[in-house]
Design a protein around this ligand. Structure first.
Ligand code: ATP
Ligand code: MG
Length: 225
């Protein structure tokens, strides 16, 4: 369902220096895969994810989603593709601080759809994720794990085909990490394809495929699971 073809991103740095953050990456992700990408800080993981979700234009190469070339689309079609097929949990704190949990999570629903307020859909999703009692709180009233769950709920509100998560367990303690990863396992067993970036080797065991990223290059590791 997701195919990366020789994807490359070059950043221009001060002067005429250029730096290749993502270097000729090709990957095929099938429906039902759970792919983990592990790599050191600075290896190009977030740059790669931002190109896949339509936030950062590749220098060269293609991102195909269900056979459609994401970066060849006009703005409207790209926005439609992003909101209907892709759920994204960005790295770090990404909630809007002046919105409650309920409003943060239902925002993509309201932007994508004219079916209604999204309140009912959001509440049932929050319940599924065990955070329904937090609906009226603001991000600054949440723990790190609760913020992460809220960001995951927001990524799931439009029923995406693929969930893309950039370091979803970064800064979480061992127990909360386990809770978040079990949540990912449940989402995966519901039929959602997952692509996750991490630098923690232990949590890659939740995935079905493992890739490593080093100096912008991606390599798949053979795993027996
Ligand atoms: N806008 C930019 N301009 C120039 N260089 C950049 C820019 N964004 C990122 N880089 C560089 O590209 C490289 C890859 O950055 P990226 O954020 O993709 O790494 P990462 O693997 O996600 O790291 P981390 O694990 O710390 O999140 C780094 O060396 C970074 O300094
Ligand atoms: Mg990153």
């Amino acid at each position: 369902m997701l195919e990366l073809k020789q994807l490359t991103r070059v950043y221009q740095r001060a002067g005429s220096d250029s730096f290749t953050a993502v270097d000729n990456v090709s990957l095929q992700v099938m429906h039902g895969d759970f792919v983990s990408i592990i790599g050191k800080s600075g290896s190009g993981k977030s740059t790669l994810m931002n190109m896949i979700v339509g936030l950062l234009r590749p220098t060269s190469g293609k991102v195909l989603i269900d056979g459609e070339d994401l970066w060849a689309m006009d703005d409207k079609n790209m926005a439609g593709m992003r909101s209907s097929k892709i759920g994204y949990v960005p790295q770090g704190m990404s909630l809007l601080s002046n919105l409650t949990v309920l409003d943060n999570v239902r925002l993509p629903f309201c932007l994508a759809d004219t079916r209604g307020s999204g309140i009912e859909e959001t509440m049932s999703l929050l319940k599924e994720l065990g955070i329904e009692t937090l609906a009226d709180r603001y991000p600054w009233q949440l723990s790190g794990g609760e913020m992460r769950r809220t960001a995951i709920a927001r990524a799931l509100i439009n029923d995406p085909e693929i969930l893309i998560a950039d370091e979803p367990t970064c800064d979480l303690d061992e127990e909360t990490t386990k809770e978040v990863m079990e949540l990912f396992s449940n989402i995966h067993s519901r039929g959602v394809t997952i692509l996750m970036v991490t630098h923690e080797y232990e949590i890659t065991s939740y995935g079905s495929r493992l890739c490593t990223m080093s100096s912008g290059k991606l390599m798949e590791k053979k795993v027996s699971r």
